[in-house]
Design a protein around this ligand. Sequence first.
Ligand SMILES: Cc1cc2nc3c(=O)[nH]c(=O)nc-3n(C[C@H](O)[C@H](O)[C@H](O)COP(=O)(O)OP(=O)(O)OC[C@H]3O[C@@H](n4cnc5c(N)ncnc54)[C@H](O)[C@@H]3O)c2cc1C
Ligand SMILES: *[C@@H]1O[C@H](CO)[C@@H](O)[C@H](O)[C@H]1NC(C)=O
Length: 705
Amino acid sequence: MVSISNILLAASIAAGVQAKSWQLHHYASEAVNGCSLLIGKQATWATKHDLLGFCKKDDQPALGSMAWCLENQPKPEEAKHAFIKQCDEEYGLKVTMEDLQHAYQNATDYLVENPKKTIPGWNPKKPASVPVKFTDEEYDTAYLSAIYRFMNVNWLMWFGIALFGYWFAIMFVAGAYNALFYIAPGFTKRLQNPIINTWRKYVTLPALFNQQHVNPAVRMRWFCWLVPTRWEAVMMGGYLTLVIIFNACLFHKLDGNIYFSTSAMFVAKQVANRSGLSTIYIIPQLILFAGRNNFMQWVTGWSYSRFIYLHKWLARVAVILVLTHAIAYTVKSGGFNGDKYIEYLTEDFFRWGIAALTCGSIMCFQALYFMRHMNYEFFLLLHILLAVFFIVGGWIHTADQGYEQWFIAATAVWCFDRAIRLGRLAFFGIRKANVQLVGEDTLRVTVTRPKWWTPFPGCHAFIHFVRPTVFWQSHPFTVVGDAAEADGSGTITLYLKVKGGVTHGLCKYLSKCPGKSAKVPVAIEGPYGTRLPLDRYDTLVFITGGHGIPGLYSQAREIISRAGSKTRVKFYWTIRNYQAIEWFYPELQKFNNDQIETIVYVSQPREVNSPIVLDEDSSMEKKSCNEETIDHVETLKLRLDHFVFREGRPDIDELVATEAAESLGSIAFTTCGAGTLVDASRRAVANNFEKCSYRVDYYEQAQIW
Ligand SMILES: Cc1cc2nc3c(=O)[nH]c(=O)nc-3n(C[C@H](O)[C@H](O)[C@H](O)COP(=O)(O)OP(=O)(O)OC[C@H]3O[C@@H](n4cnc5c(N)ncnc54)[C@H](O)[C@@H]3O)c2cc1C
Ligand SMILES: *[C@@H]1O[C@H](CO)[C@@H](O)[C@H](O)[C@H]1NC(C)=O
């Protein structure tokens, strides 16, 4: 799959490279362009940007005027060669150096200077019968006008490539570093010295402000957003700096320029070109990073939520650049009442440009955290719809200039992702899952899987419940795999915490069913995520809370069930009350092994108001007064006598510090669960990892986007 998408992207880039828009401008040929426009304004020997009239030997006034202009360029010989070449390549007209020399000599006797200015009644709409010349200053200005305008296009191409390459460069380095953890664990275990530690302590490990990352920041109840890790922010900061530099430097004012009536318009044109065209280099990556089947995820091992973070900022950058482009173009066209602007308004490319900008701007708001949080499905639907119009609008807007290649690339990447997603769903098929309401607020979904659909520890998958009202929604959940049958098939289990959307509907439905369970057809898209190199460490510490346990459980279980594995495993699980054990109890029984030490923190131990049901056929009596519950708790503790129960909340900082200090080898902390718990763990690892004399790594399995 990696190779298919790589080929796809390479092909789209190659297509972009071959597009007619992809051409470097050269000083010599731009000098010729400047001349043809300068002379072209005096009479009708040629139309704008058209050399045809000047390439004909018979038209001595035209060729003579051109020869004089070329002779007055900073590098006349190169300009003349460029002219000869262009006449030949574009019109098949042969002009030689001698022809130019002759026309130059002959023109000397007839030259008139800038006739439009100097000869009253001169009609520039008619062909001229005499050659024209200009002052040195006018020749210079024409040259500079062309150079400033078209060298800007060169610069922006390089800038675009730099922006495009920035992420791929970082990602390939990150990918190589990541790969070392799998292929050379002995080497990565030794990656610790004061320099590396300082870098990790202050850059790569902590959250941006050392507080939240998984837990959203909230101000005044309504303003909420997700805070990146510091390393994510540093990478994005570098990118934003480049974007700002690239869009702020190397612009040139030029009074009397040959293109526009004012210097401001001339600058506006450069700004518009720069901002507009740098956007198209962003679009393919913008789409790529939002996909579930983004091959850069496989290269880097980065989480989907990190790519979504990049996606968001690339999108913001793109919209700001398009806005800049629009404002600059409006200035260039003489404002909203300018003739040019009014003329543009009647044209499709312009209207589609406005549509794209409008959709892009709306998206920046509708995708804010609180909008997503309010109704995720509505956000997603609107987002996709607007994105389609953004891409189509941009495509039509740029097609005339030959810049549609980047939109083709973006569309290809998008379709590729969708095709893989559909393929994954189709291959899984629609299967009847056993859905049961277990405990107070958990849905257990168990379904048989195809043979080749092998879950790996910690992976997640997107589930569709094929019911009339919700079949189109796909929600991510962690997959717990069962031991495979002899023929390779098996079952997978997902544990869904009941929240407000599709899970809520199912919960209501199931509570009316006998045994609180039912067969529900589901389709599952996955598995997604990366397998962590956990078996390379001497000690593993898992820290999780509530419904964050399934992924870490699978990872821990895989390690302890491996023959000959010497890894020491510490498993910390915090739950609210003893009843919260119920839904995961059957799995927990499998944690019975000397290698693993499980510590369960119960933060509200007294909060028990109904008996604890451990298995469906449990003969434990169902009584519900408080005295009895103590017995239930005791029974529970007896049944799980390989667990340590502690009442109260864990002090994460102390826990991590102790584990780090006591470890006799390399150690990995893996976390998942509620945002506050995970963020506290990240903070604790960043603050304490130096207490361990071996390598300490931190893996965060909680994702939010
Ligand atoms: C990689 C990953 C693994 C997860 N594993 C588990 C798990 O094992 N067990 C578990 O209980 N929960 C898990 N979750 C959380 C789970 O996806 C959400 O709780 C679920 O989608 C909520 O569905 P709902 O319609 O009932 O919730 P709602 O009440 O509609 O939404 C609750 C919250 O979930 C978010 N959300 C809703 N739909 C989606 C979606 N399609 N994609 C992403 N976020 C969404 C919303 O932004 C909102 O903040 C996981 C999430 C991720 C990203
Ligand atoms: C010299 O130039 C004049 C005017 O441009 C033109 O009419 C004439 O034909 C040219 N003579 C030759 C020999 O090309």
